[in-house]
Design a protein around this ligand. Structure first.
Ligand code: 6PG
Length: 251
């Protein structure tokens, strides 16, 4: 049976970001302590950006316990979704994560698994880009992510799985091409539900009053995934919801 979601509420966005960052660092240290290379799926969005900055700040802290706590070159980073734009476009989730966190840590670039850009190897062939990423996930490592982080939109979307779109029903592959995202830009690549659920832990990270309705609906046991995609992803071991007070106000 899937464990019940665990919810923690934080006073502000900054407190939420710091709590998630500290927990991520701790989780990575624990996993590395068992001799495994942890794998983390990153998300885009504004709260993710704060979390990424908090991770980088923590790691730059003068405290001896913080420094070197994580072996950053031994962590695999993946992306839950990506905007299909040129590699240097400011909309790229990978670029955002690089500026806020990855470029500021001694990560191994070979372990940062970016989704293809629209000016890369596959050109503007969005389908080929999605297939290539699916293949990369399939051929890599243990087949299971340790932590999948997911922001939630006011409409209840996660990654680029938007309410009402047909790719919500895709069960037989890891990544899909999204051509009609209601949130710009319209063309994206997204992991599918089955891929997001190859996770030991799923962490929802949600801040702001505009998300309160989506959070309430996603946590309703009777939620319809086609209306509220955030209701579906569950971690095999744990599903955590990190909220600020505004996002939690309808619970
Ligand atoms: C994207 C994001 C998206 C995001 C949510 C929440 O590519 O648009 O991955 O799924 O996580 O929309 O974003 P905010 O934290 O900015 O509200």
């Amino acid at each position: 049976m899937t464990p019940t979601p665990e919810i923690t509420t934080h006073e502000s966005e900054d407190e939420l970001a710091e709590a998630v960052a500290a927990r991520l660092v701790l989780r990575l240290v624990e996993i590395q302590g068992t001799g495994r290379v942890p794998s983390v799926v990153l998300t885009g969005g504004s709260i993710a950006d704060r979390i990424h900055r908090a991770v980088a700040a923590f790691s730059a802290s003068p405290s001896a316990s913080a420094q070197g706590a994580v072996g950053w070159s031994q962590v695999d980073f993946w992306f839950g979704d990506e905007r299909f734009v040129p590699a240097d476009h400011e909309d790229r989730n990978a670029g955002q994560a690089a500026r806020a966190m990855l470029d500021r840590l001694p990560v191994d670039p070979e372990r940062v698994h970016e989704m293809p850009a629209s000016d890369g190897e596959y050109g503007d062939d969005l389908g080929a880009a999605a297939d290539a990423y699916a293949q990369e996930v399939r051929t890599h490592g243990s087949g299971e992510f340790d932590v999948v982080m997911l922001g939630v939109g006011p409409d209840g979307h996660v990654a680029s799985l938007f309410p009402g779109l047909p790719h919500l029903g895709v069960e037989d592959t890891v990544a899909v091409a999204v051509r009609d995202s209601p949130k710009p830009p319209p063309e994206r690549v997204s992991l599918t539900f089955p891929a997001l659920e190859r996770a030991r832990e799923v962490w929802f990270v949600v801040a702001g009053a505009d998300k309160a309705g989506a959070v309430r609906r996603a946590l309703d046991p009777g939620a319809d995934v086609h209306e509220i995609p955030a209701s579906r992803p569950k971690g095999r071991d744990r599903t955590l919801w990190f909220l600020d007070e505004q996002a939690a106000q309808e619970l």
